[in-house]
Design a protein around this ligand. Structure first.
Ligand SMILES: [Zn+2]
Length: 282
């Protein structure tokens, strides 16, 4: 199946509904109360899950986000910072450009320097990601830009390293502005703290989720610290949270996104098993 959002996260919503339908059809009543929650605004900051937990955190013993790739059980919350970096100048006609500092040049210098920041891919506890994701600025082809901007999507499994990487990005922007003699202003678009619960990786909850995927027929499911889904909002409150996918996909967050229909029944069966086996006590 192909189309934007088919895997991330139409498949999760399908899995949620179909797993519940399967349990109902088989007259299975899970030991604990299960709230089925379809959240809004996951991609722009997990705001739906945050609102739900603001209202109900005290009533939630465990949180399962149905999201991500089948075969991976995420038990961590990766920290995320989104920044919008503006370079500000006087602007003016191109014919005045010889003497005037260029905001666009400052942005270019900053982006180049930001990509030179070392971002480790391993070990998992320090794995980090950095992308200059959008870019814009200027008013007209024949005028110097008064505002040249770009956004940075910065993520790390290590809260300490995330802090350092953010400081490096801010320093690179500051240096580019000074070298180019333009102003700089940095907007914070989003800040989601990272979190991991001590002992959570080896807990009965995470093991159960892995066993359910294996029992449903998925070969060698694995636990992963990388987590950027609704369960982050549970983990940041100290509530055990995981994320499990119900199928596999490719080209996520692009118009060519795809999801496997073949894998979906396995993922739904694994989720139904998990719902049927989650204990009622905390
Ligand atoms: Zn996504």
């Amino acid at each position: 199946m192909r189309g934007p959002g088919v895997r991330d996260n139409a498949s999760g919503l399908i899995g949620l509904i179909e797993a519940a339908r399967a349990l109902k059809a088989m007259k299975v009543s899970p030991p604990g109360d299960i709230w089925l929650l379809a959240t809004a605004q996951e991609e722009i900051g997990l705001f739906g899950a945050r609102k739900f937990l603001d209202d109900h955190a005290g009533q939630v013993a465990r949180f399962v986000a149905v999201d991500g790739e089948l075969g991976e059980v995420s038990h961590g919350a990766t920290g995320i910072v989104w920044l919008k970096v503006h370079f500000l100048a006087e602007g003016g006609h191109t014919l005045q450009s010889a003497a005037a500092p260029s905001a666009v040049r400052a942005a270019a210098r900053a982006i180049d320097a930001i990509y030179d920041i070392g971002v480790p891919a391993s070990p998992e506890q320090r794995a980090s990601w950095l992308s200059v994701s959008t870019i814009g600025g200027g008013d007209a082809v024949n005028a110097m830009a008064r505002d040249a901007w770009f956004t940075v999507d910065l993520r790390s499994n290590s809260p300490k390293l995330l802090e350092k990487l953010e400081a490096d990005v801010r320093a690179a922007a500051g240096l580019a502005a000074r070298r180019t003699r333009v102003g700089v202003a940095i907007e914070e678009l989003l800040r989601m703290p990272g979190a991991s619960l001590p002992g959570h990786e080896g807990s009965a909850f995470v093991r159960l989720a892995l066993e359910c995927q294996a029992a449903a027929g998925w070969p060698s499911p694995r636990a992963s610290l990388l987590g950027t889904a609704d369960h982050n909002r549970a983990l940041e409150r100290g509530i055990p949270g995981i994320s499990v996918g119900v199928t596999t996909g490719a080209a996520i967050h692009t118009p060519q996104e795809s999801a496997s229909i073949q894998a979906l029944p396995t993922g739904i069966a694994a989720l139904a098993l998990l719902m049927a086996s989650l204990p009622s006590e905390p």
